[in-house]
Design a protein around this ligand. Structure first.
Ligand code: GLY
Length: 385
């Protein structure tokens, strides 16, 4: 049994609001340093966007013009994953299934091929490791892909099993001494004299804290107590997903595959995730015929053999989207309140980096320059400009 480190009473008593991959990673890092840290989740840990995600660690294949700063952040986040996964597996003694086959982006039509080649030029201008591969090379890598003109191979865009990561993070955080309080919604962040004072919980009780990390994903805006200028502009971005069951011994796919309107993520146990819709429907949780039809049709166009696969599961998740769809990380106008939210499509990818940066910020007040462009103040500056 792992022994938790001794708590260091000089370090701030910290409350983390949100027990998803971001909140749990931060709590783990803080607890490793001996901090007194408690995570609050309104439900079970890891059951929001973390449960719904596909676990793609994609910083290159999706890179588009206009996102240069975010791409730099995502590349740094990606670089931290192998060591993070190894450390997490050792600390939790649980596997997180980091797979390194890379990602293929398919171009089924001439239009799509032209668009992809244009995007490739941009990606090469940023020195991203992506390459055009021939039909023959594509077939060699993935024989079940339909007849397709060409594809981009992104060798550093890996995947991890996000649900396993959440389970491992919880175990590692608890083993390091973090306290996890599930089914404990936070009603309010109380402020006194310009700094955080305590949380008010659902049952009216108080939890005093020197530092509060807001990591409640798509729910980050709904916690009372903050003045308007300290509230984060985060909204839920609905995604529907479907999981098909392949034969694990003879999977139809081994790489993560992107094609127009869909991505496919094969897991070691034979599950094949097919995602995801991107919908502005608030916290709507319905699976719709149109959503599932669109995903399956797009997937079937590129991998026709999926039509024989049984459906294992379908679900809906809510990504935390900010106004510019980039994360909000770092200190706030309120002393002791630190943001770690708004990660939109990149929550799994950016969890290790966010955890390192936010833990440092809590413990010694320093902010890694890599997240400076991702403060809440950027929205006020954009409004003033
Ligand atoms: N990162 C994948 C998604 O948001 O659907």
């Amino acid at each position: 049994m792992l022994q938790p480190p001794r708590r260091n009473s000089d370090q701030p008593k910290t409350a983390v609001i949100g027990g998803g991959i971001i909140g749990l990673s931060i709590a783990w890092r803080l607890a490793q340093c001996g901090a007194d840290v408690t995570v609050f989740d309104s439900g079970a840990t890891g059951h929001g966007a973390t449960h719904a995600a596909a676990g793609m660690l994609a910083a290159c294949a999706e890179a588009e013009p206009g996102e240069e700063r975010l791409i730099a952040l995502c590349r740094e986040g990606q670089a931290r994953w192998p060591a993070f996964a190894a450390e997490l597996e050792e600390a939790s003694r649980l596997s997180v299934d980091l797979r390194r086959e890379g990602t293929l982006v398919l171009a089924p039509t001439a239009d799509e091929q032209a668009r992809l080649k244009h995007q490739l030029e941009f990606q090469h201008s940023l020195d991203l490791p992506v390459e055009w591969i021939s039909t023959a090379e594509l077939r060699r890598r993935e024989p079940h892909v339909a007849n397709i003109a060409g594809a981009v191979f992104s060798p550093e865009d890996h995947q991890v099993d996000n649900r396993k990561v959440a389970t491992a993070l919880r175990a590692a955080a608890e083993a390091a001494g973090a306290v996890i309080r599930e089914h404990t919604p936070v009603q309010e962040i109380a402020i006194a004299g310009g700094r955080v004072s305590h949380l008010v919980l659902d049952d009216g009780s108080r939890f005093a804290a020197d530092a509060i990390v807001l990591a409640a994903g798509a729910w980050s805006r709904s916690i009372a107590g903050l003045p308007a200028e300290a509230r984060v502009p985060v909204r839920p971005v609905k995604g529907q997903m479907i999981c098909l069951q392949m034969n694990a011994a003879q999977p139809l796919l081994n790489h993560v595959v992107w094609a127009p309107g869909v991505y496919l993520v094969p897991r070691r146990d034979g599950r094949l995730l097919v995602g995801a819709t991107v919908e502005e429907k608030g916290f709507d949780t319905s699976l719709t015929a149109g959503g599932i039809l669109a995903l399956l049709e797009a997937a079937w166009r590129v991998i026709p053999a999926i039509e024989e696969l049984p459906v294992a599961e379908m679900w809906v998740g809510h990504r935390p989207g900010s106004r510019d769809d980039a994360p909000i990380i770092g200190p706030s106008l309120i002393e002791g309140l630190i943001y770690a939210t708004g990660h939109h499509r990149n929550g799994v990818l950016l969890a290790p980096l966010t955890a390192d940066v936010v833990a440092r910020c809590v413990l010694d007040g320093t902010l890694d320059p890599i997240v400076r462009p991702f403060g809440l103040d950027r929205f006020a500056a954009a409004k003033a400009a």
